[in-house]
Write a protein that binds this ligand. Structure first.
Ligand SMILES: C[S@@+](CC[C@H](N)C(=O)[O-])C[C@H]1O[C@@H](n2cnc3c(N)ncnc32)[C@H](O)[C@@H]1O
Length: 204
């Protein structure tokens, strides 16, 4: 799977999801960002063009060399200075209370040790800091959930380790955030198995 996951998947993913539709959601989710920012699972950098204009510096983590390679073209295009770390979110090499904002978009589904990554992102957030997320996860509809379970094997194998039925709300509630706002909806133009969304902000 090395060649597939390093070369093919990052390109196919980027092509499939670089749409005006997704761009609108990214833009809305990121417009209130400020201060020192960490993006986990940055992928090919599809969020970069949607960071507010005043954001000139960013720290990113993502363990995929193939994703990080494609990220470079968006770093060049946006001119944002990026401290790009090729590593997973489960062990962040940053002191506690380093960041004002942590961003994650369609990433929690792909992190093997996602519970540990949640602990880490909570640790590196400053008190009052915000975790902004736009994630897909487990559907409350039994029929959809059953299909999510059925499709998980294929999805994991061919879509970068992505799991369709991640309990995003449970993950968020596992940390002691002061406040948590979640907006749930089915993403238009996506299969319901892949598009039950959790969008919001958690404040430490
Ligand atoms: C579906 S892509 C999303 C990319 C990007 N966030 C976006 O919105 O387009 C999931 C990303 O999670 C990354 N990932 C996989 N394992 C990870 C881990 N342990 N820690 C952080 N990111 C990880 C993958 O390399 C991939 O770039």
């Amino acid at each position: 799977m090395g060649w597939y996951s390093d070369v093919i998947f990052p390109r196919v993913y980027d092509w499939l999801i670089d749409t005006p539709h997704w761009a609108t959601y990214r833009q809305e989710q990121l417009e209130a960002l400020d201060g020192d920012i960490l993006e986990i699972g940055v992928g090919t950098g599809l969020n970069l063009p949607h960071y507010p204009k005043h954001v000139r510096k960013l720290t990113t983590v993502d363990p995929s060399p193939g994703m990080n390679k494609l990220l470079q073209k968006r770093i060049d295009a946006t001119g944002i200075e990026v401290d790009q770390r090729i590593l997973g979110g489960e062990e962040l090499p940053f002191d506690g209370e380093t960041f004002d904002c942590v961003v994650s978009t369609v990433t929690l589904c792909s992190i093997p040790g996602v519970q540990q990554a949640m602990r880490e992102l909570f640790r590196v957030l400053r008190p009052g800091g915000r975790f902004l997320f736009l994630e897909h996860g487990v559907s409350p509809d039994l029929k959809v959930y059953k299909w999510q379970r059925r499709l998980n094997g294929l999805q994991k194998k061919f879509v970068g380790g992505c799991q369709l039925d991640v309990d995003i709300q449970g993950l968020l509630e596992s940390q002691s955030f002061e406040s948590l706002t979640i907006d749930n909806f089915y993403m238009e133009r996506m299969p319901r198995t892949h598009g039950y969304m959790y969008r919001g902000v958690a404040i430490k």
